[in-house]
Design a protein. Structure first.
Lengths: 347, 297
């Protein structure tokens, strides 16, 4: 299907039209934060190159998600498996960094046995990406082999061409969305097509992700970990906001005669993350937890799956209350010999 | 120029010299101060060698309350140099009082702060409204006179000006919307100087006092417990609010409780007076609700 244009003034109406036949999610500004919300939502839909606070992964691996519930009332005992979704979904305005994440989550969550809820959400969700230049001061997606101007893995790419968005379908799923919107889309002008073609990334491409030594033993005792642990407060903001972190906990809770099993995000930065039932904790220092977080992303994941689990979105560096950014860590690890830093009070 | 007439750069030079001298004469010591963060602003830094003192900075973006690092260093070896603003000195006084760090291990450098900059501009940071330096606090070195600067007072602690609203229903709705954004990272408690329990009840897994479902009830429970545990102990440094990635207005809760303690106990604030401990950490036989005698055999 040929690319079509939709004037910005008509976007909300088009989204609501789509929402009649499927669940539509888009970044919505409400109460000071930008988050993906199902439409219609209370705040204003925002389609622009600004990252949501919580990454796209929330729509695939929700912060808290029921697995099943059980009723234990006499005569009414039973178990109900939670359904991950009812209608097909379309996500509008996802950025290249966030979409690239899904390709990093897939090998983990779709391996045998697959996470069925994740699999269903992956299969039944169409992604309408927003072309982005990666202009944020925190952006380094271009260093992670991501082209934010034409995000791979999306079904439709929207490009801001001034007063309108150019809709370009990349897949069959994407073509169906354009068909649903037919009648609202007009033909793009030559100027608009030229604007879209010249759209290019300006994100930092000099973060040496590929230069991290392959032998992790070299990095295991690096002073870098002491330096980071001394200032890290272990809050886990970096992990919860990280699009590529996927660790969750499974818990059971009983209220009255009903009990639920649910999954909920966990964080390797939390001290209880590795605590055994008997009390032992194999990662009982901040130093060991900080090291785990970075080596998992930058070394263990890449040796297993061929590339590092970082998409250069920069959320960790923006939101870390004590100024730790993964870009700095990558740069320092890539130097091989991590410069001798001080040992702090992090233990 | 600072309000004390001393250019900030000279203060920064003095800070570096002071820290270098301290580290030079006390082998095995560390100095906790601020350095420039690669992404702009400042961040905490732990120095061990006099040669690194040049990394230290002192400016209107030195937000971190560095005393929050002290409890985890308690019981360890070596002297600790630490840079503190007036508000942080109040925290330090309470940590020493609570046995969370030995005063004798510390080399305390006072930073004469005349107010931090708001995160999003050049105006005065909200946390600095109502600034109060500790009386009679003894520093080991200072970069200038450690006196409470003349800064605006707080207005929003009064119920009638509380942005959360006047009625209980309004406030419930306000907090529901605020806490809807909370992701239970608990950065607010982890950055707090006064949260020094070796194991927070929110980290306990047996018994698990609070669900990890992150629903509204859990969030209300977490924030209510956190705020109540800080009643009379919060120094108003505002670090919890800065650390919150979702911008939850935690200081509204904290200030409201500090005001209650002020009104109920005639208490001026944590760490303000060497001789007055936070009311909820003390017990008195004159207390009208003193119950120890009644319940003892």
């Amino acid at each position: 299907m040929n690319p079509g244009c939709l004037d910005k003034a008509g976007i909300e109406d088009a989204l609501m039209h789509l929402a009649a036949s499927r669940d539509v999610f888009a970044p919505v500004r409400e109460g000071g934060t930008l988050e993906f919300r199902r439409l219609p939502a209370g705040g204003l839909v925002f389609l622009g190159p600004e990252k949501t606070l919580l990454p796209l992964k929330t729509l695939y691996l929700p912060m808290t998600e029921d697995v099943f519930s059980r009723c234990m009332k006499a005569g009414e005992t039973g178990m109900e498996i939670a359904a991950p979704m009812e209608r097909d979904r379309v996500v509008f305005g996802a950025l290249g960094c966030d979409i690239a994440t899904l390709h990093l989550l897939d090998p983990v969550l779709l391996g045998e046995p697959p996470d069925e809820a994740y699999r269903e959400r992956r299969e039944r969700t169409a992604i309408v990406a927003l072309a982005c230049k990666g202009e944020g001061p925190e952006c380094f997606c271009s260093s992670c082999d991501i082209d934010p101007a034409c995000p791979g893995g999306s079904d439709v790419v929207l490009t801001d061409v001034g007063d309108a968005f150019l809709f370009d379908a990349l897949t069959e799923k994407g073509s169906r969305i354009l068909e649903t919107l037919d009648g609202r889309l007009r033909e793009a002008t030559d100027d608009e097509l030229a604007t879209a073609r010249s759209f290019d990334s300006t994100a930092a491409d000099n973060i040496p992700l590929a230069k991290i030594p392959e032998d992790f033993a070299d990095l295991w005792e690096a002073d870098l970990w002491d330096d980071l642990a001394s200032r890290c407060i272990g809050c886990g903001v970096c992990t919860l906001l990280c699009p590529t972190c996927y660790c969750f906990d499974v818990q059971d809770e009983q209220r009255g005669t009903e009990s639920k099993r649910f999954k909920t995000w966990d964080s390797c930065m939390f001290s209880e993350f590795t605590r055994m039932a008997g009390g032992d904790n194999p990662r009982d220092t901040k130093r060991s937890r900080v090291r785990q977080r970075f080596l998992h992303k930058l070394q263990y994941y890449s040796s297993e799956h061929g590339k590092a689990a970082c998409v250069g979105c920069g959320r960790c560096r923006v939101h870390c209350p004590v100024g730790i950014g993964i870009d700095e860590v990558i740069t320092r690890l890539a130097r091989g010999k991590v410069p001798g830093e001080v040992k702090g009070g992090g233990e | 120029m600072s309000e004390h007439g001393m250019p900030e750069t000279t203060m920064e030079d003095n800070l570096r010299t002071t820290a270098a001298e301290f580290l030079g004469r006390t082998p095995g010591a560390c100095f906790i101060g601020y350095e420039a963060a690669p992404q702009g602003g400042t961040r905490p830094v732990f120095l061990r060698s006099a040669g690194d003192a040049g990394r230290l900075v002192w400016n209107r973006w030195c937000y971190a309350n560095l005393t929050a690092y002290l409890p985890e260093m308690n019981g360890g070896e070596g002297l600790i140099g630490i840079a503190v603003k007036g508000c942080d000195a109040r925290a330090l006084r309470e940590l020493v009082r609570a046995g969370q760090i030995e005063r004798a291990r510390l080399f305390v450098v006072g930073l004469p702060c005349t107010g931090l900059s708001a995160l999003d501009g050049d105006t005065l940071a909200g946390r600095c409204h109502g600034c109060m330096y500790p009386e009679d606090f003894v520093y080991d070195a200072t970069l200038g006179p450690m006196e409470t600067p003349d800064l605006p007072h707080r207005a929003d602690v009064a119920v009638e000006e509380n942005p959360a609203g006047k009625t209980v229903e309004e406030r419930r709705r306000f907090w529901e919307a605020e806490l809807d954004r909370c992701i239970r990272c608990e950065a607010c408690r982890k950055i707090c100087y006064a949260c020094y329990c070796p194991e927070c009840i929110f980290e306990k897994t047996d018994p698990r006092w609070s669900s990890r479902r992150r629903d509204h009830a859990d969030k209300f429970f977490f924030h209510a417990v956190r705020a109540m545990h800080l009643a009379g102990r919060c120094i108003g440094c505002g670090e919890c609010e800065r650390a919150c990635p979702a911008g939850v207005r935690l200081m509204l809760l904290n200030r409201s409780l500090q005001r209650d303690v002020e009104v109920l106990f005639g208490y001026r604030g944590a760490g303000v007076d060497e001789n007055v401990a936070p009311p909820l950490t003390t017990v008195s036989r004159d207390d009208p609700e003193f119950t120890v005698e009644r319940t003892s055999p």
